[in-house]
Design a binder for this molecule. Structure first.
Ligand code: ADP
Length: 550
């Protein structure tokens, strides 16, 4: 039977090349801003595929990247999986031991390395047997001697711009990404061709993160993490223009790209959009008039941030997802029957993590094993399933047993669902604070505190307590020049009005920065370790001696 019927990535690239040959792919790089058309992109991608073949890469082999967001990285997004090989994006912010573990676990044949990350990977590879037999290619026009890596441009140069892209099965592994694992070893999540296809198609629905051929799409979310939320695939499916922000873009770089390239859709973690807000509030003029939509996810988008962008006519779509979900699970679109509601109601809904994406199903199970009512109050652990949700971890049968039940993925996220179906994340099962036998949502307190003027970041963690099992402590990062005493007064009196007394943090501590994980989330584990001074709270017991210490 002739092939080509499976759900694979190939048609997305084919369509963009044929329908939009002149649409651009722009990238900020070490070598300045680059511009290619889809036609050129298709040629270069074919040359990459031929070069991989010549290098001996076969169907099912793993090809890794260690790169920022740029056009060459994007060439691997179709160039690798469309040949039947598997693209493994490595997070360069991980500690060396994790990188060694991942390269070994994935059995990578070749790694494409950004020049600015050469030292990092050379350090991880030095003397590490995990890297034996791994070849490197430098993502630029110059090689890297220390890695014996030829330049990418040289690697692909002599190859044909024609490639006979094979018919693949939907089950063919196409991608691989490791979750950063706040505890223990990272776990690999494999994306098949059909998972990426269905994630792209669902993203393209009006209830996903839809894009059009008139859009200019800038994923700030890293391409090394869950395929930049699938945006490079979705933008290609749409025939949109791509803009890649390159190595460590700061707010000024993002502002320049938005203005000069006319970005209409962008996406990233809250810190990115808080950073741009701060930059503008410092008095820098930035023209946001082209920007229609900003997708914020990976961590909770504070309501104040949603409102700030609203005031500038930029719609924030708050989205929730996970590596295990390729990653999109929910998006905070406003339901039609809420369009007549007052702004406050609307913004409260839109600040929640949102409505489940079409194609997925979920259930929320409380401590007694019962499904919670959708009343916005009851909470439990979210379980989810669907075509782009993984069913297992890569080579980790023991993790499968813990994290999957009856075909559902146990997300580890504690959520409420309101009568309109909006899911709101109230905690991670690991971070929930249990005080006097009752749950306190650390996330809700954090969001409440972050809404105060002068607060840049806030994280709330539970400190083991003799009498109450645990008590909340808030760690706050303030903007420059803020009167701290006055701020604490404001926070304490404000929270007292909003929350029951036993929810109020026993202490508010000022720190310079909330420690972050390799994917930009608050690392409460590091926070506990760095600021574990139990004397902050009366009656606290050292964490090691706490009755339920892990
Ligand atoms: P990603 O960072 O791409 O979402 P990870 O797999 O690294 O993927 O992390 C997934 C976890 O991040 C979720 O289980 C959830 O705890 C948290 N998370 C993701 N999106 C949000 C969000 N919008 N609000 C709050 N937490 C979020």
């Amino acid at each position: 039977m002739p092939g080509g019927h499976a759900q694979t990535l190939r048609p997305f690239m084919w369509r963009a090349e044929r329908l939009y040959p002149d649409t651009e792919i722009v990238s900020r790089t070490h070598e300045g801003r680059t511009r290619h058309t889809y036609a050129e992109y298709a040629d270069r991608t074919a040359r990459l595929a031929n070069a991989l073949d010549a290098h001996g890469i076969e169907r099912g082999d793993r090809v890794a990247t260690f790169c920022w967001n740029n056009t060459r990285h994007f060439e691997t997004y179709f160039g690798v999986p469309n040949t039947g090989a598997q693209l493994h994006t490595i997070n360069p912010l991980l500690p060396d031991e994790h990188i060694q573990y991942i390269v070994d676990d994935a059995d990578d044949e070749i790694i494409f390395v950004d020049p600015s990350l050469a030292e990092k990977i050379a350090g991880a590879a030095e003397g590490a047997e995990e890297f034996e037999g791994v070849d490197f290619v430098a993502m630029g026009s110059e090689g890297i001697d220390a890695l014996d890596a030829p330049a990418y441009e040289e690697f692909i140069a002599d190859h044909s711009t024609e490639y006979d892209w094979p018919d693949l099965d939907g089950d063919q592994p196409a991608g691989l990404c490791y979750t950063s694992g706040t505890t223990g070893k990272p776990k690999g999540v494999e994306y098949t061709q059909s998972m990426l296809w269905s994630h792209t198609m669902a993203s393209q629905t009006p209830q996903g993160i839809p894009m059009e051929d008139s859009d200019v799409v800038m994923p700030v979310v890293p391409m090394f993490h869950v395929n930049a939320w699938g945006m490079p695939f979705t933008a290609t499916a749409a025939g949109a223009k791509h803009v890649y922000p390159g190595p460590s873009p700061d707010p000024a770089d993002l502002a320049a790209l938005i203005e000069e390239e006319g970005v209409t859709v962008s996406a990233g973690v809250p810190t990115v959009w808080l950073g741009l807000r701060e930059y503008i509030e410092e008095g820098n003029e930035v023209d946001l008039s082209t920007l229609d939509t900003v997708i914020i996810g990976g961590a909770a988008a504070p309501k104040a941030l949603v409102e700030w962008y609203d005031e500038r006519d930029v719609e924030v779509l708050h989205a929730w997802g996970m590596t295990e979900l390729s990653p999109i699970g929910t998006v905070s679109h406003l339901k039609d029957d809420l369009r007549d509601a007052d702004y406050e109601t609307q913004v409260n809904k839109r600040s929640k993590q949102g409505l489940v994406a079409p194609g997925l199903e979920f259930e929320v199970i409380d401590e007694d094993g019962e499904e919670i009512p959708w009343d916005g109050e009851a909470f439990g652990e979210l379980r989810i399933r669907g075509p782009w949700v993984t069913k297992e971890y890569f080579k980790r049968p023991e993790a499968n047993e813990e994290e999957f039940v009856d075909g559902w993925l146990k997300t580890g996220d504690v959520v409420t669902v309101d009568e309109d179906g909006y899911m709101q994340l109230v905690d991670r099962t690991k971070d929930v604070i249990k005080s006097g036998g009752e749950w306190i949502s650390s996330v809700e307190l954090e969001n409440a505190i972050m809404a105060y003027d002068g607060v840049s970041e806030a994280a709330v963690v539970g400190v083991p307590h003799e009498r109450w099992q645990e008590r909340p402590v808030a760690f706050v990062v303030v903007a420059e020049g803020v009167d701290r005493e006055e701020l604490v007064d404001r926070i304490e009196s404000g929270l007292r009005e909003e929350y029951p007394k036993w929810w109020l943090p026993d202490a508010v501590e000022f720190i310079d920065e909330v420690p972050k994980t390799a994917t930009g989330k608050f690392s409460k584990k590091d926070l506990r370790e760095q600021y574990g001074d139990q004397s902050l709270v009366e009656g606290a017991v050292p964490e090691d001696d706490a009755p339920d210490a892990e």
